[in-house]
Design a protein around this ligand. Structure first.
Ligand code: NDP
Length: 496
């Protein structure tokens, strides 16, 4: 479909939005500060982006609040908001090549993943919440005849969203689409590594008919802009995706400010449990490889712990290692590339640090482990597999967020469940077996928000996604996400 596109030429022509988007306009940061937006493909500075701080966040929150109070969005009929969000989804589809390119240049994922994976999912997400919002009914409670109790869902007001760089626009859309559909105003802070697509989409939202002030984007650093949003006294809810460490900070910010509602989608250490009776070991091996190498392993539910039954360990690991070869890092702008760069130098160093730690703690390096393509000026790491990992080792416990697989063996189903649950995280688990009873029993025993069986596919926008334990709370996607962006009002009328 995109075979004719010369992405390098397109990249040389593209223009970047480099200012904050507040009140329906692009504006410089109040202090006039900027930061370098570096492409991890080759280390080149793409643009100097407005570095928002507390003052810019305050301007954006004021714009969002005044749009909310004026009712220009919140008071529109759900059907009218639907029309505008569907239009936005169409604009995202129309500009999918441009948005995909921004994503690839910004964070180094392969262009076809950005184009055919991320952008399709973003458009689908925005369309789904648009289509949904005029189909949700409120409730009447079962009171005595002498009363009428209405239970209505209302928007919260101003929603702040702080998102990461691994799926920059998709993680943003999982927040802003349901928040806007419900009638809220939004202030979004993208990750400093990847602000470009969010800034462009804010502009498209205006074009679609989202009124000025309803959707604002303030790029900047976490410790300044992110913290200011988390601590703002006039923000009603804060939706976050990122590390568990920073997720915890948002709880603190809320407690120390106005007790705003906080929704957290944090880290993961997905156990991928493979039994000898898996329906097809080839498919399971492909799932294991995709699960850890897709997006360079920078995925919150990356299948980073391969928990494999002892008796198939050798043959299964050989299959995964063979498949890993197709993930040799390449130019993200080449359509044949399956694995691009890491997001930046810091993340590269962090992942290489974990690889060294794995070796030092006694795990066996079975594949990869090195930084490659340094001549490009970019940041690339080989697909890496550790064998004979013990679940107590650092590489089995910490969210590495890189293409690094830890292989752990088990002998019994009970042992597999114990290993899987022995983690502070609980975002997702994958399970491969032909035994239906065993599959259901284990799915029940796993302390995670999503269990996938005989596939890595955990479903689209129609299913909820979120964590148990320190993977966070609250759900993105599906109708359940609307719980984060609405509150219930009881109106009790005496009619006796
Ligand atoms: P962070 O959790 O630090 O970043 C996520 C978002 O939070 C970014 O927008 C960031 O802004 C912001 N942020 C950072 N510090 C603060 C703060 N003190 N107050 C308010 N907001 C803040 O992830 P990193 O980019 O630092 O990545 C580090 C590790 O986190 C990764 O290696 C990975 O393990 C994990 N991670 C997990 C993700 C997931 O989806 N589970 C996603 C991203 C990271 P800014 O970018 O400007 O710092």
């Amino acid at each position: 479909m995109n075979a004719a596109i010369d992405w390098r030429t397109e990249a040389s022509r593209i223009s970047f939005r480099d200012k904050a988007f507040i009140g329906g306009r692009f504006v410089a940061s109040a202090a006039g500060e900027t930061f370098d937006n570096i492409s991890p493909i080759d280390g080149r500075v793409l643009a100097k982006i407005a570095a928002g701080d507390a003052e810019d966040i305050d301007r954006a929150v004021k714009a969002a609040r005044s749009a909310f109070e004026a009712g220009v969005w919140a008071d529109q009929a759900p059907k009218a908001r639907k029309r505008i969000l569907v239009k936005l989804a169409e604009l995202i589809q129309k500009h999918a090549n441009e948005l995909a390119l921004l994503e690839t240049l910004d964070m180094g994922k392969p262009i076809l993943n950005a184009r055919n994976g991320d952008m399709r999912a973003v458009a689908e997400c925005v369309r789904w919440y648009g289509e949904t919002i005029d189909k949700i009914y409120d409730e009447i409670a079962p009171t005595p005849k002498t009363a009428l109790a209405l239970i209505t869902r209302e928007p919260l007001g101003v929603v702040g969203a702080v998102v990461p760089w691994n799926f920059p626009l998709l993680m943003a859309a999982w927040k802003f689409a349901p928040a806007l559909a419900a009638g809220n105003s939004v202030v979004l802070k993208p990750a400093e590594q990847s602000p470009l697509s969010a800034l462009r989409v804010a502009e498209l939202a205006l074009e679609a008919g989202v009124p000025p002030g309803v959707f604002n984007v303030v790029p900047g650093f976490g410790e300044s802009a992110g913290q200011a949003l988390g601590r703002h006294m006039d923000v009603d809810a804060l939706a976050f995706t990122g590390s568990t460490e920073v997720g915890k900070l948002f709880l603190k910010y809320s407690a120390e400010s106005n007790m705003k509602i906080v929704g957290l989608e944090c880290g993961g250490k997905t156990p991928n449990i493979v039994f000898a009776d898996a329906p097809d070991l080839e498919t399971a091996a492909q799932g294991a490889a995709d699960g850890i190498f897709y997006n360079s392993g920078q995925v919150c539910d990356a299948a980073s712990r391969l928990i494999v039954e002892d008796k198939i360990h050798d043959v299964f690991l050989a299959k995964v290692a063979a498949l890993a070869k197709s993930y040799a890092p390449g130019d993200p702008l080449d359509e044949k590339t399956q694995m691009g760069s890491m997001v930046d130098a810091t993340q590269t160093k962090r992942v290489l640090g974990f690889i060294e730690k794995g070796k030092a703690e006694g795990a066996a390096l079975a594949l990869g482990g090195r930084q490659v393509r340094q001549e490009t000026g970019g940041f690339y790491i080989e697909p890496t597999i550790f064998d004979r990992v013990e679940n107590r080792m650092t590489i089995a416990r910490e969210e590495i967020f890189g293409p690094v697989l830890s292989t752990i063996v088990f002998k019994t189903p009970e042992e597999a469940v114990k290993l899987a649950n022995d983690s502070k995280y609980g975002l997702e688990a994958n399970l491969w077996t032909n035994d239906l009873t065993k599959a259901h029993r284990i799915a029940r025993a796993l302390r995670v928000g999503t269990v996938t069986i005989n596939s890595r596919d955990g479903g689209g926008i129609e299913v909820p996604f979120g964590g148990y334990k320190q993977s966070g709370f609250g759900r993105d996607k599906s109708l359940h996400a609307l719980d984060k962006y609405t509150q219930l009002k009881t109106t009790y009328i005496s009619i006796g």
